[in-house]
Design a protein around this ligand. Structure first.
Ligand SMILES: O=C[C@H](O)[C@H](O)COP(=O)(O)O
Ligand SMILES: C=C(OP(=O)(O)O)C(=O)O
Ligand SMILES: [Mn+2]
Length: 412
């Protein structure tokens, strides 16, 4: 079998309809894809994934669309978060339980402060792939491919670990399944509230291999998670990531950084939410504490004026990263809080709904971000810095943040 045949065997659901003039994401440029050294090995793993059960079902994604519609309409708040990069070694009950407990506590505080029900979505059970600023990194004069998430290569700085290995995509599926099994066990039962899963839809071969057509409705659904988002580095108009997101019926989100224009936002709505259905599309803005007041109002005002009802979500993490003197990527809790509060201010001034927050956090007492009541200083960073990509709020810092936001809601 040729590699082309193998590819055809793993994403038949996404095959374009030539009669409709449709274009496949495969015909478009895809940013941030790994340089897999062995294409036949990639295609063989993908062919297997194409036969595996989806991790989530269409009716669950549809239910999340309805829950997200309430956020878009101003009837609920969203708390979305988890690791920057999940690790294959991070699927123990203790770790998953700690993340869920923290997410739940944040949701409880935010819900009480906003006086609205809270929707909980983890960056969990699939957040294994990372876009990077540079394709390689140099340490002590040695240049190696950059770490792109456990689904692609290993974080250890050695040539074997850093070589992209498609078997890791199979492991990403299994680690997602183990995590999701724990989530369902820990939150299950007809009386408990739902927790949904989300991750960045980055590695399109993986996402395509897990996309299924719902036999009841004929609609396409990504089976890798309930909500998928397209990142700031892969949202190019005419790019493969947006084309893929447009094809599936899951709720989708797009990250918008400080360079995003209102025209770009409107074009994204036309592409991803042509029917203007609340709950289909969320914009996750990540402007930086210093830019939010300057850039967010025009985006929100023009999107609102267009009549579209998207869910507005604030990611106060990715615009506030800096490198410490010790060489650690870090963020100040104060900057994170300032951007989150700025987001509430902007929406209050415009009379629009501040839909919620997208955070990088973990349930444990890591030392990756600085500040907080139980203060982590720049000197403390090496003590327990475990993230393989971006710095996460520890449990105390995550709760400090939502309590400061609760104060802000109360003083409004
Ligand atoms: O979460 C993501 C990071 O911000 C992204 O991977 C870029 O990180 P880098 O600038 O260290 O490559
Ligand atoms: C890479 C990420 O974010 P962004 O696309 O906003 O940079 C992320 O969420 O980890
Ligand atoms: Mn990140």
């Amino acid at each position: 079998m040729t590699v082309t045949d193998l590819i055809a065997s793993y994403d038949p659901a996404l095959a374009p309809d030539p009669a409709a003039g449709a274009v496949s994401w495969r015909d478009l440029p895809a940013a941030q894809q790994p340089d897999w050294p062995d294409q036949a090995a990639l295609a063989a793993v993908m062919a297997d994934l194409g036969t595996y059960a989806p991790l989530v079902l269409p009716e669950e994604s549809d239910r999340l669309r309805r829950r997200l519609a309430a956020v878009a309409r101003g009837e609920a708040v969203l708390i979305q978060g988890g690791d920057c990069a999940e690790a294959f070694g991070g699927t123990s009950e203790r770790q998953v339980r700690a993340k869920l407990t923290t997410l739940d506590q944040m949701a409880t505080v935010l819900s009480a402060a906003a006086g609205l029900p809270a929707l909980r979505i983890g960056r969990i059970a699939g957040q294994y792939s990372k876009p990077r600023s540079n394709p390689t990194e140099v340490v002590d004069g040695i240049e190696l491919p950059v770490y792109r998430g456990d689904s692609v290569n290993g974080a250890a700085f050695d040539p074997v670990a850093r070589t992209p290995d498609p078997e890791r995509l199979r492991q990403a599926y299994h680690s997602s399944a183990v995590t999701l099994n724990l989530i369902r066990a820990l939150t299950g039962g007809p009386e408990s509230e739902d927790v949904y899963t989300s991750h960045e839809a980055l590695i399109l071969d993986y996402e395509a291999a897990l996309t299924r057509r719902d036999s009841h409705t004929g609609r396409l659904y990504a089976g890798s998670g309930h909500l998928l988002w397209i990142g700031e580095r892969t949202r190019q108009p005419g790019g493969a990531h947006l084309a893929f997101a447009a094809q599936v019926d899951n709720p989708v989100a797009v990250k918008l950084g400080p360079s995003a224009t209102a025209d770009e936002a409107l074009a994204l709505i036309d592409l991803l939410d042509p029917e203007r259905e609340p709950g289909r599309l969320a914009f996750i803005t990540r402007m930086g504490a210093g830019r939010i007041h300057e850039v967010l109002p025009e985006l929100v005002a023009k999107v609102t004026a267009s009549g579209a009802q998207v869910a507005w979500v604030c990611d106060p993490m990715h615009g506030n990263t800096f490198t410490s003197p010790s060489g650690h990527k870090t963020r100040r809790v104060a900057d994170v809080a300032a951007e989150a509060e700025g987001f509430l201010d902007v929406h209050r001034e415009l009379g629009t709904h501040a839909g919620g927050f997208h955070l990088e956090f973990t349930g444990e007492y890591v030392t990756e971000c600085v500040g907080g009541t139980d203060e982590v200083t720049l000197q403390d960073l090496p003590d327990r810095y475990e993230s393989t990509c971006d710095p996460r709020l520890n449990r105390g810092q995550a709760l400090d943040l939502v309590f400061s936001l609760a104060e802000k809601y109360r003083s409004a």
